[in-house]
Design a protein around this ligand. Sequence first.
Ligand SMILES: *Cc1c(COP(=O)(O)O)cnc(C)c1O
Length: 422
Amino acid sequence: MTAPDWYGRGLQHIWLPYTQMKTTPAPLAVARTHGTRIVLEDRRELIDGIASWWTAVHGYNHPHIVQAVQAQAALMPHVMLGGLVHAQALTLAARLCAILPAKLERVFFCESGSVAVEVAMKMATQYWLNRNIRGRTKFLAFQGGYHGDTIATMAVCDPDEGMHALFKGLLPEQHVIALPRDDESIAAFDAFLERHAHELAGILVEPLVQGAGGMLFHDEHVLRRLRAAADRYELLLIFDEIFTGFGRTASMFACDAPAIAPDIVTLGKALTGGAAPLAATVATAKVFDAFWSDDPAHALMHGPTFMGHALGCAAANASLDLFERENRLLQANEIAVKLTHGLGPCLALKGVRDVRVRGAIGVVELEHIGDLNALKRRLLAEGVWVRPFRNIVYLTPALTIGDDDLMRLTAAVAKVIAAVGD
Ligand SMILES: *Cc1c(COP(=O)(O)O)cnc(C)c1O
């Protein structure tokens, strides 16, 4: 079948993400999606192992979400949130606060995760300024972390894997150290805070799973240590739950665990079930109170054009309905068992360094991937959509994925890794 006519013409004008446009293999033309399937223009149907960068937790085109977006589009696609509000945004704000740990009670909407993190950083910085405390403008973040691609968020990503070297001079200098997880890193963390806490606005971390930085896991006790340190030095603790939120780790949020609730949390990705771009920064009353004043200059100085987008909020409300009606967390736990079963044998393969599973995240870490494009081609030939990066092959399927599709995904990953190890 020949490519549709929009394809060749448009490829002369589109600029794709993280892509060397000169040498990249031709991107696949997608005609439509359904459930856990991606249907290509050439009629091939791929089993989706990634849920479109972890967003489509209920699978694609879930009828309840589609219907909610259609109804909202007919009523009102969008209206500015400056001076106006609408039912979808206010309903969503209240519902998010009802399911987040108790003290998180103010929601600021925007349209992408990176911006939600920027808003969190701005909130934390202005929190100190509003209280007339100067000099607390830096953040402590962690190696292996990823918080976005905008300028301020790049500066808090892992310095080696991120783009610090490339953009040196442009990025604000932040502190990025090892997560306090063993004696040595705990000592370094404590020593760091002794020296630098007074210049910090807050501590920023992806709780439990560092996603785009390498699918690295850590335990709750690391988060408890961060919470305790934040309390000791009066720092704001910010959890970036853009990846972990909405069931991915088999709890609704990583911050659901007792005694680790953050002062600010960022949400995105699966917030709308993958149907529309929407993100949120949620703050505790303690943070919000620093902005509550008769002085207009104490207002939070931010306001994205499309904040609280009605279609996005309608999709997010419908997604929360599905979490209420259907047991996604149980599904995530079941997926964990099947990922462990399906990917576990990879550990015996040549070139495999680690296999790890947490919730609906399955990771095979290789010594290295010599030819990433060749690996991607082999996965495609197996009829699956999986996007390995660096030395990581991972699966983050929709939480609704059926057993057969999940088995075909894990089998394809195991087969392809065995083949490249030969
Ligand atoms: C994806 C991601 C972001 C950035 O979100 P965008 O919507 O791509 O801007 C930030 N933090 C984490 C943990 C993410 O996974």
